[in-house]
Ligand binder design. Structure first.
Ligand SMILES: [Zn+2]
Length: 262
């Protein structure tokens, strides 16, 4: 079972305070082939992101005001992922001079554009996507951070078995990863990893021709003598076979290979 703590969050945009269950720890039962963590009880991802009930500003706990919002200061152990496909984005509350323009943007409803909220309240997958939009609005020069939040939305929607939302989040993650590559923001030592990730996301949304090409990039670019390179060679070979037969089946990381560093 995941552990959570009840915390008071303060919205940096409208200063509303409310109490939320914030994730403190969650045992993982495995990894999907796009590095989505599988958790025993399915709510762990949803508890990692929060939406202000007043203005809909959304972020992980660190994006809200007050020391209380920071899991590091919680009594329980800090929830961490030991390995992630992207450097995890650190979402901080907006600077005071950014707040008026953020507030106006939220009031226009653009953060919720195109989302159909069941009963008016966003579930976890939507909260991650709204958080990605808030981060993009505040930091449009950080497409990798936006992609990270979109990817978490996809993993969360998958855990909630909400496939159309998962697909929407995956497509948004691909778009922002493409932007990051075009802006030359991907370090050389991350290029194989990002190519694998985009390839696998393309396979999962049914863009098989592009997935096959990107898996080829991994197969020619990864270093077989390096642990991480060998890992991507094995995974890219397996996933490319699926893309070639146009299979978008849910797959896990090969337990015989395991994620690097685990
Ligand atoms: Zn608010």
């Amino acid at each position: 079972m995941s552990k959570h703590v009840n915390r008071t969050l303060t919205c940096p945009a409208c200063l509303l305070q409310w109490s939320a269950d914030v994730r403190a720890d969650a045992p993982r039962s495995g990894w999907d082939s796009d590095f989505g963590p599988r958790f025993a009880d399915g709510v762990a991802l949803a508890q990692g992101v929060h939406t202000c009930p007043g203005c809909r500003y959304s972020a992980p706990p660190e994006g809200f005001l007050g020391d209380d919002a920071h899991p590091a200061s919680a009594d329980g152990p800090r929830w961490t992922e030991r390995w992630q496909p992207l450097k995890p984005v650190r979402v901080l509350p907006p600077d005071p001079e950014e707040v008026p323009v953020l507030r106006r943007w939220l009031r226009r409803g653009e953060a919720l554009g195109g989302l159909e909220l069941d009963g008016g309240e966003p579930y976890g997958g939507e909260r991650w996507l709204i958080a990605a939009r808030c981060h993009e609005f505040l930091h449009d020069s950080d497409p990798l951070g936006v992609a990270d939040l979109c990817l978490r939305g996809a993993w969360c929607a998958r855990a909630e078995d909400r496939r159309p939302l998962e697909r929407r989040c995956l497509e948004a993650a691909i778009e922002h990863l493409d932007t990051a590559v075009a802006m030359d923001l991907v370090d050389e030592d991350e290029q194989v990893r990002i190519a694998y990730l985009v390839a696998e996301l393309c396979r999962r949304v049914g863009d098989y021709p592009r997935a096959v090409d990107l898996f080829d990039e991994v197969l020619t670019g990864a270093d077989p003598d390096d642990d991480e390179g060998a890992f991507y060679l094995a995974m890219a070979g397996r996933q490319q076979s699926l893309a070639m037969v146009q299979s978008d089946v849910d797959t896990t990381l090969d337990p015989a290979v395991g994620p690097p560093g685990e």
